[in-house]
Write a protein that binds this ligand. Structure first.
Ligand code: ASP
Length: 486
């Protein structure tokens, strides 16, 4: 059986096994020993070993692939052309994704669906309880003469919601709260500019991909500019790149079993329950992602000279890896292998454009963040601590910050949830309400991550189409000149 079919089978078996295991989840009257034991083993063979090994490769891979990508280009003008075209493509498709999400959420209005209304009622009921308790304790009204909530009461509401969210997942909530305190510009500085300039060794250790990319690009350019004396170091990075890709190939041999464990653990822990009140919201995100993928396939066909069938079959290994790992970073080695081996992209282009795309180009995440924050406004608008409505201005703000948040998000599981605090804060939705969508975040990550990596691969195909022939001609010319000299 071919590798991708094995991975697919692993995924299917994982879902079935996970559903079976879910029956034994901890609940009153059920002995949870079997469940806990099984989750421990699944966690060991899936997330801990397999994703751990993939992640282990990422920092050296980005460093080696970008440096060798640049040093193997015929000249630095070519780097400028590839970089510029990749960035333009990334900016356009990420914006398109965010706009599509906002359009769908305004048309479908998942925040007004029946399931959501029951959610809203529960929030209103809880608010009334907190208001009554606050008024009894403080001996005065919670609202001022104009009907606006007083600051102390608002703080009390936030604390009450915080407690609720904290009981779900305290660590996650703390990160959300910290990120939510920043303004969009502060967040831009903290998530984009400062990481760029970090000590490269620290970047490698902490897997700060923006910092690794920036340093690697600078190093590659300097090695080219150094002429013959830069050659030995350039060859070292070229060799390192080949070796890391070899390890990736070895690792993909055990992918089917690892994917089965990852999926089984995921399904057993979340179960089908979480979708009850958030069904329309999930549906809107999934429809948006599906439509955006159709657009990406069309772009690949028209501007990347790759038919949908060729793209799908050439890319499926990456697709399955992205679904199961929920991490664009962990899928990067497979994406490079698929683009260069199956889709005809020159390694010189893939080695540069893909690590860059994995880090800053997240179409699925941009769409997801836009839909999520607009959904929260539809659902919560009018509560005492959510004095926000979905206007054109707010829509514009959500669009801008969702694109920035997608650029700043790391390509790791649920990273989009953390940067979403910035989008929510920009329009004045308290970050603690992100807890509402927390239960389905990991499920939606299964779909936005493959959309993200598909966007990167299609970008690579478009740049290949625009720059590949010129690159090949220049290489042929250089080889002919070399032969003539010899
Ligand atoms: N998991 C996504 C990725 O790796 C990021 C996100 O959470 O949206 O691309």
């Amino acid at each position: 059986m071919k590798a991708h079919n094995q991975i697919f089978l692993g995924m299917l078996l994982g879902v079935i096994g996970g559903l079976a295991l879910w029956q034994y989840r901890p609940q009153p009257g059920v002995d949870a020993t079997l469940f806990r034991g099984a989750i421990w083993w699944l966690d060991l063979f899936g997330p801990v070993l397999f994703i751990g090994l993939l992640k282990m490769l990422v920092a050296p891979l980005i460093l080696a692939s970008i440096v060798s990508g640049i040093t193997s280009l015929p000249d630095l003008h070519e780097l400028g052309a590839i970089g510029r075209k990749s960035l333009i493509y990334y900016a356009i498709t990420t914006s398109m994704a965010a706009l599509l999400g906002l359009f769908l959420v305004s048309v479908i209005q998942p925040g007004r669906s029946a399931g959501s209304l029951s959610l809203r009622e529960s929030y209103e009921k809880r608010q009334a309880e907190i208001q009554a308790a606050f008024e009894a304790e403080s001996g005065g009204p919670a609202l001022d003469a104009a009907g606006k909530p007083k600051v102390d009461y608002l703080m009390r509401l936030a604390a009450a919601r915080g407690e609720q969210a904290a009981s779900l997942d305290r660590a996650k909530f703390e990160r959300i709260a910290a990120a939510g305190k920043q303004t969009p510009l502060e967040a831009l500085k903290a998530t984009v500019i400062e990481p760029l300039l970090m000590n490269p060794f620290q970047s490698l250790v902490s897997m700060n991909s923006l910092g690794i990319i920036f340093f690697s690009a600078l190093l590659g350019i300097a090695l080219v500019a150094s002429g013959p004396s830069g050659r030995p170091a350039a060859s070292f990075f070229e060799g390192l790149n080949v070796a890391v890709m070899k390890i990736t190939r070895w690792l993909m041999r055990v992918a089917p079993i690892a994917v089965m464990c990852i999926m089984a653990k995921f399904v057993a822990e979340s179960g089908p329950d979480v979708f009850r009140s958030l069904g329309w919201y999930c549906g809107t995100v999934l429809l948006g992602l599906a439509l955006h993928c159709v657009v990406l396939f069309a772009i690949a066909w028209v501007w990347g000279a790759t038919s949908p069938a060729k793209l799908f079959f050439g890319f499926r290994e990456t697709l399955l890896t992205a679904i199961s790992t929920r991490s664009g970073m962990a899928s990067l080695p497979v994406n490079i292998a698929n683009c260069t081996e199956n889709l005809g992209v020159s390694p010189k282009i893939a080695n540069f454009a893909l690590p860059l795309g994995t880090t800053i180009n997240m179409n699925g995440t941009a769409l997801y963040e836009g839909v999520a924050v607009a959904f929260m406004i539809q659902l919560l608008s009018g509560l005492h601590d959510v004095p926000v409505t979905l206007t054109w201005v707010n829509g514009g703000l959500i669009f801008l910050t969702a694109v920035l948040a997608a650029v700043g998000a790391a390509a790791v599981p649920s990273a989009g949830l953390v940067t979403m605090a910035m989008v929510a804060a920009a329009v004045g939705v308290p970050a603690h309400y992100i807890a509402i969508i927390l239960p389905v975040d990991a499920f939606l990550d299964l779909f936005r991550t493959p959309t993200n990596v598909l966007g990167d691969a299609v970008g690579c195909l478009v740049v290949q189409q625009a720059e590949g022939p010129r690159l090949a001609a220049m290489e042929a010319q250089a080889e002919a000149a070399e032969r003539a000299r010899a």
